[in-house]
Ligand binder design. Structure first.
Ligand code: PNS
Length: 165
């Protein structure tokens, strides 16, 4: 049976931490669906299309990766895509409470789908999209935290936002 996993998230934007988790997941799944949540409540820097485009660029060439967007319940989406697993990265103990609740709630909603937690490499254990955006907006370097392409797009986006103010 083909092992299919969904890796859900906001990916606003994708970081080297996300990429590390993607590569680790590909070690044991046949197909990885990276699914971006369409969340109208959360103010995002990039549109879903832009986020998807960036992920496509930095993961290009891997035919075991699929990109998609979803709304509604994650388990409904995972079921629809016939995924047996949900992949989540766990960076630190501070992630644990939220992830634990979410995994158990998802299991309650759909017992057949297993949440698999992966630990990123140590150098990414403190990398988050939120901090990366903050550093970029304050002029700090993002070397090693996000792919170059993403850094370029962030700078461009933040410059445009700055001009708009
Ligand atoms: O990268 P993020 O923003 O922490 O990802 C959160 C995400 C997308 C995994 C979570 O918000 C989610 O699954 N949302 C879909 C709605 C849903 O299923 N909610 C019930 C979760 S128990």
């Amino acid at each position: 049976m083909k092992r299919v996993a969904v890796y859900p998230g906001s990916f606003d934007p994708v970081t080297n931490g996300h990429l590390d988790i993607i590569h680790r997941a590909l070690e044991f799944v046949d197909e990885l669906i990276i699914a971006i949540l369409i969340n109208s409540e959360k103010k995002a820097l990039f549109t879903v299309k832009e986020r998807m485009e960036m992920i496509r660029t930095v993961t290009s060439g891997n035919d075991r990766i699929q990109l998609d967007q979803f709304d509604g319940l994650l388990v409904d989406y995972a079921r629809k895509r016939q995924a047996q697993m949900i992949i989540r990265g766990l960076r630190a103990v501070s992630d644990f409470d939220y992830e634990f609740q979410m995994a158990l709630m998802n299991r309650r909603l759909e017992p057949k789908i297993e949440t698999v937690f992966l630990l990123p490499a140590e150098q990414y254990s403190y990398v988050s999209s939120r901090l990366v955006k903050e550093i970029c907006s304050l002029g700090g370097t993002l070397r090693g935290l996000v792919p170059e392409e993403v850094e370029k797009n962030m700078k461009k986006k933040l410059r445009t936002e700055e001009k708009r103010k």
